[in-house]
Design a protein around this ligand. Structure first.
Ligand code: ADP
Length: 450
């Protein structure tokens, strides 16, 4: 096991990684920007190194600065968290060049999944089911349009380099095609500096069901079951749960095995998530693979009783997987709600300001709060305005949901606008209780939530 690791991140995920490292007796190094000098992750770590100015481009995204900090402090490995440098193949390469272990997959796996269309080509060859569509290299308008026409509308145009729901456009009919293509390309160019597009059949009522996989450096892999992340706003997850309601053992196994096939196709190592769309008829389709720890990993930790960060550290240091597939099982039900500084009554505009009063629900065996802020801290314009992740567990879905509802009610935050009431209404919407989930849930039940 490593003696010392550096966490190339901030906020709740930096704190969460530090916690596990401490439990394992691994020393920790935090990095921070000007805006984060007094942040919780800096206070929690054994050492902290300043790496630049507040904007991420001038600090958390500077791979060279992060490597320099690791070399200076003698950290043997870097945990990238999610976002920032976590899926950056160049950074991964720089770690290797400096004999630092990147706690994540090999460079080739990150590269392979970096483009949605290249990823689909690999998965097609590996026999993983794909959403019908076009993911070829030829980007001429006529080829893309013909693919859309042949498939039949509605279709979804997607940026190959996309992420965070950006560069996606639904096209409902042939005469909307050109406008949609131009808009998607423009958005993609602005966000990613690339406008390579793919086309998919637009599924009108799918669920987002993703599989947590883990592979070691000895070629062994397991899946830690699924998470249902269907409750989304603008293709962004809001509440996640595990297991997925209504999942049969047979489908779970089929999806788990497909996810492992996807991971094996790119010689994966470490924690990864294979995202699928699950259609109303029980068909499922590969969407993309995220080559990092996900925001919503705690729901999987609750139902499996495993610490995924501990698994990451073990696998990255060359140990075999802690458990085999038949040693893993699902116990109970877990939910996660993302508590944000944002205004649901005003287009969910990010809110900034000081957390004048902050009282999270009391943590227990059933309630977990992953956060990177304390009372008095500021939520600034520079980073994602997530305040905390509230995660609850109980022996079944109804009980877990009742716990979530109670915990949301107990949460007290003042000083800035939050989405707590929105989350509470969502958790209490009758259709949510009935687990009548699909990715259009929030739109469909608008009246019950707002
Ligand atoms: P991003 O990487 O930008 O998050 P994804 O490809 O992961 O984009 O898709 C995000 C969300 O968009 C999915 O969870 C789903 O809600 C929706 N989505 C993606 N592809 C389709 C599709 N073919 N049909 C319907 N909805 C889709």
């Amino acid at each position: 096991m490593f003696n010392k690791i550096l966490i190339a991140n901030r906020g709740e995920i930096a704190c969460r990684v530090i916690k596990t490292a401490q439990q394992m007796g691994v020393r920790t190094v935090a990095v921070y920007s000007d805006a984060d000098a007094h942040s919780l992750h800096v206070a929690m770590a054994d050492e902290a190194i300043h790496i630049g100015a507040a904007p991420s481009r001038e600090s958390y995204l500077l791979g060279d600065k992060v490597i320099e900090a690791a070399l200076k402090t003698g950290a043997q490995a870097i945990h990238p968290g999610y976002g920032f440098l976590s899926e950056n193949a160049d950074f991964c390469r720089k770690c290797a060049d400096n004999n630092i272990v990147f706690i994540g997959p090999p460079i080739g796996a990150i590269e392979a999944m970096g483009s949605k269309s290249a990823a689909k080509q690999i998965m097609e060859k590996a026999g993983v089911p794909l959403v019908p569509g076009y993911h070829g290299e030829d980007q001429s308008r006529d080829i893309i349009k013909k693919a859309a026409d042949d498939m039949g509308y509605p279709v979804l145009l997607k940026a190959a380099a996309g992420g965070g729901g950006k560069g996606m456009r639904q096209v409902w009919s042939e005469d909307e095609f050109d406008e949609g293509l131009e808009a998607a390309k423009r958005e993609s160019m602005n966000a990613f500096g690339d406008d390579h597009m793919l086309v998919e059949k637009y599924l009108t009522q799918p669920r987002h069901v993703e599989i947590q996989v883990f592979c070691d450096t000895f070629g062994k892999g397991v899946y830690l079951f699924e998470r249902d992340c269907s409750v989304q706003r603008r293709h962004q997850k809001v509440i996640e749960e595990a297991p997925a309601p209504g999942m049969t053992e047979e489908l779970r196994q089929k999806m788990g095995e497909a996810a492992l096939k996807a991971a094996q196709a790119i010689s994966y190592e470490g924690a990864g998530t294979v995202e699928f769309l699950l259609d109303t008829d029980g068909s499922f389709y590969f969407m993309e693979m995220n080559t990092r720890l996900q925001v919503e990993h705690p729901v999987t930790e609750y139902i499996t009783g495993q610490d995924l960060v501990e698994w990451q550290l073990r696998v990255a240091s060359g140990e075999p997987l802690p458990l085999s597939q038949d040693q893993l099982s699902i116990n109970g039900h877990a939910f996660e709600a993302r508590v944000y500084a944002e205004d649901p009554d005003n287009e969910f505009l990010p809110a900034t300001g000081v957390l004048e009063f902050l009282q999270a629900p009391e943590e227990s065996e059933n309630v977990r709060v992953d956060t990177g802020v304390r009372q008095g801290d500021e939520v600034s314009v520079y980073y994602d305005p997530m305040i905390a992740k509230l995660i609850v567990w109980d022996e079944n879905r109804d009980k877990a949901l009742a716990r979530m509802s109670k915990a949301l009610k107990e949460y007290r935050i003042s000083g800035l606008t939050t989405n707590l009431d929105f989350l509470y209404n969502l958790a209490n919407a009758p259709a949510f209780k009935e687990a009548d989930l699909d990715t259009g849930f929030i739109e469909k039940h608008h009246g019950d939530i707002f």
